[in-house]
Each structure stands twice: as C-alpha cells, then as structure tokens.
Write a protein that binds this ligand. Structure first.
Ligand SMILES: C[S@@+](CC[C@H](N)C(=O)[O-])C[C@H]1O[C@@H](n2cnc3c(N)ncnc32)[C@H](O)[C@@H]1O
Length: 194
C-alpha cells in the first residue's frame, strides 16, 4: 500500500470505530486537565447553560455528550472539521462570534488551542476577544488554552488590549486563574471573567 493511502485508511478506521462508540480522547496532561477537571466542572455548574467551544477535531467530538444537558455550541473555521462539531455547530471564524450570538447571551466560552494554531495575527485575535466580550453575559467566563512556547505564541496574552477588559478569574475546580500543565508545549489555561 502506498504511503499516501495509509493516513486515509487510518482515518477511515478511526471514523468507523468512533461511530461504534470507541473513545479516542487524547491523554496528554493538558487534555487530562481539560477533560477530567475543567469541562466536567463547567458541565455541572447550573449557571453555565449556554456554552461555546471553539475549534474542533476528532478528539473533541465526544464533548457533546458531556454537555448533553446544556445549550452546547461548537465553532470551527475548517469545513472539513464540521463532522467533529456538536449538534449545534457553526462553521466560521471565531472572529465572527457576534454574527451568530446575541450580546450577553453566552455563559462560558472555551477557546483552547486556537490562538497560535490558526488564529495567529494580533488584529484577528483582538477581533475574536472583542466578540467574546460582546457575547458573554456579565460574569460570563472565557477560558483561553494556549502554548507558552515562542513558536505557538503569536502575541503574548499581556499584549492583547481586549483581554484587559476582562478580569482574571479563579476557576474553582482549579483554584487558580492560570495553570501551566506538564506538557511538552507548555500548554497553559487562563480563565477570565467579564
Ligand atoms: C489545535 S486545534 C484545537 C482544537 C480544540 N479546540 C482543542 O481543544 O484541542 C486548533 C483548531 O482551531 C481551528 N481554528 C483556527 N483558527 C480558527 C478561527 N479563526 N476560528 C475558529 N477555529 C479556528 C483550527 O481549524 C483547528 O481545528
């Protein structure tokens, strides 16, 4: 079999197994913290009813189940990844959140691995954060997951003017506003409240 066919075959096998209910979640430390601590804490907090998760891939597909009782939305710029999105999925850039949600209508936004992984220019990041500010309700929370290494940090968070509108937020399940995980790319979680 040619080397070009192998990834396709692997993807097809994975798709079949996933539709049969197999769990393909990644188990790096940052993913463990996200899946075992952060997402369950969001899902069990009654005031977080409408949740937006930005950026989808095969390993995020199962998150819909966790938020089955919630008004859970996903958003992803790549049309090919729509299949990993939630039942309520938006195919668009996160810069355009405000075109899809009313002001003050979201309770929680998870923006994990998007800055530095496609959304890389400062004006674009500021546009996304401004849209998040508009669409989050008062006391709504945004989680920014990012990699604290130069090649994945297009702009330090401290240089983002729009982020200064938010307050750092002590996320109760973590007990901190910021958590650096034990991962090669120094995956870091920062919580902010409107
Ligand atoms: C490293 S993956 C992260 C996926 C997921 N959020 C997670 O928790 O791992 C980055 C994803 O962000 C998407 N992405 C990049 N720029 C985006 C943008 N402007 N709006 C929405 N999604 C974007 C990419 O297409 C890719 O699927």
């Amino acid at each position: 079999m040619s080397n070009q066919l192998l990834p396709q075959l692997r993807q097809s096998v994975k798709s079949i197994l996933m539709s049969a209910g197999f769990d393909f979640r990644m188990k790096t430390d940052d993913r463990r913290v996200l899946e075992d601590t952060i997402l369950p804490a969001i899902a069990r907090t009654p005031e977080y009813r409408r949740i937006l998760f930005i950026g989808c891939d095969w390993y995020t597909r199962g998150y819909q189940k966790l938020f089955a009782e919630r008004d859970y939305w996903t958003m992803e710029i790549d049309p090919a990844k729509s299949k990993y999105g939630a039942r309520q999925h938006i195919m668009d850039s996160a810069e355009n959140i405000a075109q899809h949600f009313q002001p003050d209508s979201l309770d929680f936004i998870v923006c994990n691995g998007v800055i530095g992984w496609g959304l890389d220019d400062k004006p674009g990041i500021e546009r996304m954060l401004e849209a998040c500010w508009t669409c989050l309700r008062e006391k709504g929370v945004i989680l920014i997951g990012w990699n604290d290494v130069p090649e994945r940090t297009p702009v330090p968070l401290s240089d983002l003017a729009t982020l200064k509108k938010f307050q750092p937020y002590v996320f109760p399940a973590i007990g901190k506003t910021e958590l650096l995980t034990n991962s090669d790319l120094r995956h870091t979680y920062n919580f902010y409240v409107k």
